[in-house]
Design a protein around this ligand. Structure first.
Ligand code: HEC
Ligand code: HEC
Length: 358
């Protein structure tokens, strides 16, 4: 059984309603009564995007991940630690969060299917395509000296709408089938995520944290464009925080500069000089964040790198709170002036050039 539907789930719901609902919402959409005042916002569980899981980027979290998040909270955010909850309270809340996430995912999948097939935009698309095809056929017919029958528009707007309505009627009857299929798929994903083979573990042990490793890490940090977001000095102020990100749905730039998460909210790259890691501060936690990225956020996965390279980056990143990588140069203030930014850029280009042949 994927979720235990008995008393445990009921108990989990009671704990959830008491401790979690006011932030994460009754349905787990992350929109509880206190949510709007928080940054970052409480997690919306419905898409199945969890930032701090030990599983792969396309997997749901496993129960151990959720247990850990609930007990430890997420440092640097409003997600509190619930260390005082009893063993069974945590375990049952974990089940309830899994249930909310699966159910929300099912609803979104169904709604997504329906709006893909039957939204006004998709109907209009079909009408426009039919019109375009017809126009092209008529042009060809004219160019060819109007030989044969004049092409007729068979797929008129009225016909397209009528056909879609008929399809919708058929489709509504099939909904129970879709529900079963989507539900099976979602349940299988959550079940598989429980298997050890889905947890991300490095194949190579951590490279000893030496000056040489950190310096290789620094180079990899620059070569892999971490600095575009996190900044040359790791302070979270790279050029991407001043550029206009595009809304992936409309393809229009967002009104304010900076990065956005998949929920359409502004998000800042972490200031790596502070040493506060939301997903845990063990080297393994950082390895996983870098290897798999952080789902739902712009932090990309770097699984294509060799383990040794990721460990070098981890060693470098973990040294940042203690060592200024640009020792001797003035620190960039929160609101860096254009000149300072330009100077930093130059400095960076030089650094990359100098180290490029190593
Ligand atoms: C005061 C508000 C608040 C309360 C209460 C709260 N949370 Fe959260 N929770 C958050 C915020 C904010 C985040 C997102 C942090 C982030 O994105 O870095 C979050 C994130 C999470 C995540 C996502 C972890 C991941 O890997 O992405 C889970 C799971 C979670 N909370 C479960 C719970 C549960 C279960 C409870 C109740 C026992 C609870 N939360 C209570 C604010 C809250
Ligand atoms: C496109 C922008 C972008 C790039 C490129 C990027 N990051 Fe990030 N990174 C982010 C954002 C945004 C966050 C914050 C995510 C959040 O808290 O929800 C983040 C968070 C992190 C964290 C914090 C993890 C934690 O548990 O709190 C670390 C460490 C990190 N990034 C390291 C790196 C490294 C190393 C690289 C390059 C190999 C890199 N990032 C590349 C945007 C980026």
């Amino acid at each position: 059984m994927i979720v235990d539907f008995g008393d445990n789930l009921k108990h989990g719901r009671t704990v959830y309603m008491q401790h979690c609902m006011h932030c994460h919402g009754v349905t787990g959409d992350g929109n509880g009564p206190t949510a709007e005042y928080l940054n970052p916002l409480p997690r919306d569980y419905r898409q199945g995007w969890f930032k701090f899981a030990s599983t792969g980027q396309n997997d749901p979290p496993n129960t151990g991940d959720l247990d850990r998040i609930i007990r430890r909270g997420i440092p640097g955010t409003y997600m509190p630690s619930f260390a005082l909850l009893k063993e069974d309270e945590v375990a049952n809340t974990v089940e309830y969060v899994r249930w909310l996430s699966m159910r929300g995912n099912l609803e979104l999948s169904l709604a997504g299917r329906m709006s893909r097939e039957y939204s006004e935009a998709s109907v209009q698309d079909e009408i426009d395509t039919a019109l375009n095809r017809h126009q092209q056929a008529v042009e060809k017919w004219n160019e060819g000296g109007q030989k044969g029958e004049e092409p007729v528009l068979e797929k008129t707007a009225t016909k397209v709408r009528k056909d879609r309505l008929a399809d919708l009627k058929d489709d509504l009857e099939k909904i129970p089938g879709y529900v079963d299929r989507y539900a099976d798929q979602i349940a299988t994903n959550w079940k598989q995520a429980q298997q050890l083979s889905h947890a991300i573990y490095p194949k190579e042990p951590r490279t000893p944290d030496t000056a040489a490793s950190r310096s290789r890490g620094r180079l990899l940090y620059l070569r892999n464009n971490c600095h575009n977001c996190h900044g040359v000095t790791g302070e979270g102020n790279g050029p991407r925080t001043r550029e206009f990100d595009k809304d992936p749905v409309t393809n229009e730039p967002y009104p304010t500069p900076g990065l956005y998460n998949k929920w359409g909210h502004p998000i800042e790259p972490r200031n790596l000089t502070v040493g506060m890691y939301r997903g845990g501060r063990r080297p393994l936690d950082l390895y996983r964040r870098i290897h798999e990225g952080m789902p739902g956020t712009p932090m990309p996965p770097y699984g294509k790198l060799e383990d040794q390279q990721i460990w070098d980056i981890v060693n470098y990143v973990m040294s940042l709170p203690y060592n200024d990588p640009m020792a001797g140069t003035p620190k960039e203030s929160e609101e860096a002036s254009e000149d300072e930014v330009a100077a930093r850029q130059d400095q960076h280009e030089q650094l990359v050039a100098e180290t490029a042949d190593e």
